[in-house]
Ligand binder design. Structure first.
Ligand SMILES: Cc1cc2nc3c(=O)[nH]c(=O)nc-3n(C[C@H](O)[C@H](O)[C@H](O)COP(=O)(O)OP(=O)(O)OC[C@H]3O[C@@H](n4cnc5c(N)ncnc54)[C@H](O)[C@@H]3O)c2cc1C
Length: 398
């Protein structure tokens, strides 16, 4: 199999590079490169620039305002964007809800919600997990009881990423307790401004607030906000999850981080010589580089097969596991490179415009936070243990 880019793909790669050079604001790429906190406005600014070029929803079909790009073109775009330190596209509306609406929603729902996702009118968050329903998602208890032309929703969601910014939440709710637990779940779209919704932040290991608990008390949701059929939500939920895991390998992001790590190791002096020359450190970096190169090849093979119509199943799980392990290894090596400078956590140093005295080298400021934050990678999007079970069943037939 030839995994080199075709002439057309090389021309496309060049087009993406030129676009990024011209349109990616230096302020934003500098924030991403130096591990500063991105605000909601930063993320929206980048979305608007991409939308203007018609590249925001790059996996949507053209009829709904997407690009109709091939999987390889999307890979090129994502890799180049990461290498240029562009902010990641926030996935909830664009990459998670939209494909579900296009496949299972009504024409009216598509016409209403999709343009609002594109132009940034609605910020979405994902209401799947609950206390007691994470890996075993079908155990969810948040209940929606139909009363006339409304559902009354009661219950609690948790780990709702960036829910503090959200205008809307797509939720899995229980609409029936009969039969198998998967058969009583529905997919509801809920306006976060509806009375009875309370959002409470959860502080993570890195000291930041990016996830929330969301409580629903007698929340009235119009029945037209149901996607597809009542009690059929499990099918839609699984379809969405297949999108959630796509590109979780994050090859471009790891390539960019690895470059930065090598640079940091060159300029860090340990025992009188650059850390990059320390045999133990160099061995770990070399292993990482080989693993990343292998994962990139596997990713290209999977994308090549997907382009030919094969739906990746166990392969997505493999990429999810390796991709997240590699990113965690990079953040671990950064932490070790920083040594004792990783210990003082100066939260303000992660804000744009911080002009205090850096503790140690400038690149060390976000290192501990990134290390702790990235513990999440092997949990969310389906924990790595559960991904291993998927591979075991699909490939080993155990
Ligand atoms: C930072 C972060 C952001 C998140 N964002 C969102 C979000 O926006 N929206 C949302 O809905 N959810 C979100 N999640 C939730 C995420 O999807 C769940 O955390 C995940 O599915 C795991 O569920 P759990 O936390 O309930 O752990 P559990 O399911 O209780 O698992 C605990 C441990 O047991 C292991 N385990 C469980 N079942 C098995 C099994 N069958 N075999 C082997 N091991 C098993 C797990 O792998 C894990 O190590 C987020 C989570 C995190 C950490």
């Amino acid at each position: 199999m030839d995994l080199d880019f075709t002439e057309e793909e090389k021309a496309f790669q060049q087009e993406v590079r030129e676009f990024l050079k011209e349109k990616l604001p230096a302020r934003l790429s500098e924030k991403v490169r130096t591990g500063k906190r991105l605000t909601k406005e930063d993320m929206e600014e980048w979305h608007a620039i991409l939308n203007e070029r018609g590249w925001l929803a790059n996996h949507w079909p053209v009829e709904w305002g997407g690009t109709g790009w091939s999987v390889m073109e999307r890979f090129i775009f994502e890799t180049e964007s990461a290498m240029a330190h562009a902010p990641r596209i926030v996935p909830f509306g664009i990459s998670m809800l939209a494909p579900v609406l296009m496949k299972y929603g009504s024409e009216e729902q598509c016409r209403h919600y999709l343009p609002r996702i594109l132009d940034g009118t609605d910020w979405w968050c994902q209401g799947y997990s609950e206390p007691g329903a994470g890996s075993d998602l079908a155990s969810l208890k948040t209940e929606a009881v139909r009363e006339g032309d409304h559902y009354i929703v009661n219950g609690q969601k948790t780990w709702t990423t960036l829910g503090q910014y959200a205008d809307w939440i797509f939720c899995l709710v229980r609409t029936s307790k009969e039969g198998k637990k998967q058969e009583g779940i529905s997919f509801l779209l809920i306006d976060m401004k509806t009375p009875g919704i309370e959002v409470r932040p959860i502080k993570l290991l890195d000291g930041d607030f990016e996830v929330n608990e969301v409580f629903f008390t007698d929340v009235k949701v119009p029945v037209e906000n149901l996607v597809g059929e009542e009690n059929k939500g499990w099918t839609y939920a699984k379809y969405l999850l297949s999108y959630e895991r796509t590109n979780i390998a994050g090859v471009g992001m790891s390539m960019a981080l690895l470059d930065q790590l090598k640079e940091a190791a060159q300029t860090t002096i340990r025992n009188g010589k650059p850390l990059a020359d320390d045999p133990f450190f160099a061995q770990r970096v070399a292993k990482l580089e080989i693993d990343l190169e292998n994962m990139k090849t596997t990713n290209l093979r999977v994308l090549d097969a997907a382009g030919a119509g094969h739906t990746p199943m166990a392969e997505s799980s493999m990429l999810k596991i390796r991709g997240t392990e590699i990113r965690q290894e990079i953040t671990d090596l950064f932490r070790r490179a920083a040594g004792r400078y990783a210990q003082p956590f100066v939260s303000e140093a992660l804000e744009e415009g911080f002009n205090g005295e850096p503790v140690g080298p400038e690149w060390a400021a976000p290192v501990a936070g990134a290390y702790f934050n990235n513990r999440k990678l092997s949990i969310f999007g389906g924990s790595n243990e559960v991904q291993r079970e998927i591979i075991t069943k699909a490939k080993l037939e155990l």
